[in-house]
Design a binder for this molecule. Sequence first.
Ligand SMILES: C[S@@+](CC[C@H](N)C(=O)[O-])C[C@H]1O[C@@H](n2cnc3c(N)ncnc32)[C@H](O)[C@@H]1O
Length: 220
Amino acid sequence: MKKIYGIGAGPGDGEYITLKGYKLIRKADMVFIPSSGGKSFAGNIAKDYISDKQVVELDFAMDGNEKGKYAAIARLIDDKLKSGQTGVFLTLGDPMVYSTFCYFMEELVKLGIQVETVPGVTSFCAAANRAKVPVALKGESFYLCDGDIDEEILKAADSVCILKTYKNKASILNALEKHGFEYVYVKRCTCDEEKVLYERDEILKDTDYMSLIMGRRKTV
Ligand SMILES: C[S@@+](CC[C@H](N)C(=O)[O-])C[C@H]1O[C@@H](n2cnc3c(N)ncnc32)[C@H](O)[C@@H]1O
């Protein structure tokens, strides 16, 4: 039997990798990291722990439809791992939150590979801590989405986080302002390049993919 652990590598600073994740990385026969254009954010987070390991970069930017791509990557892992071996796959934040690992693990299972996942510190929990903005307090509801805001859901929420904001920040900020939310933009959270911005103009100027917006309903 072959086994893959999907490890949540956290938001950016390698010290946020859990102890469980770290131990599994160190014990693994092989480390698989997603990459795009030769760069791997998840690989970079764990760089201090994988430099002496056998590391295989998986090109998630390759051409092809999504389903075919995940199946091809799962086959590649199946080819690399020998029976009885264990690999880890590093993923940003938590593997169960807007992560390609969720789609891709189905393809691993189809090939008879055992899969287990290890939680990681999510980008939005890390950002909330850096900006000192509560995600949710007693009795409140929290809305997590990526890209577009559904204004009907927003109306019922006390607090919100929008991931992948790089394409339509202006419409996101307009919706937050219209429905009485104050907001903060956090970029490259916990990394050296981290920025926490509150001003609309400054937020609109930034185009980093590694960014999110947290909003809380104004109290007065
Ligand atoms: C594919 S989702 C991955 C989410 C991840 N699984 C998690 O648990 O946070 C990628 C989005 O997560 C957010 N993100 C991930 N790391 C971040 C960081 N260090 N700072 C700010 N946003 C981050 C950004 O919104 C980015 O576009």
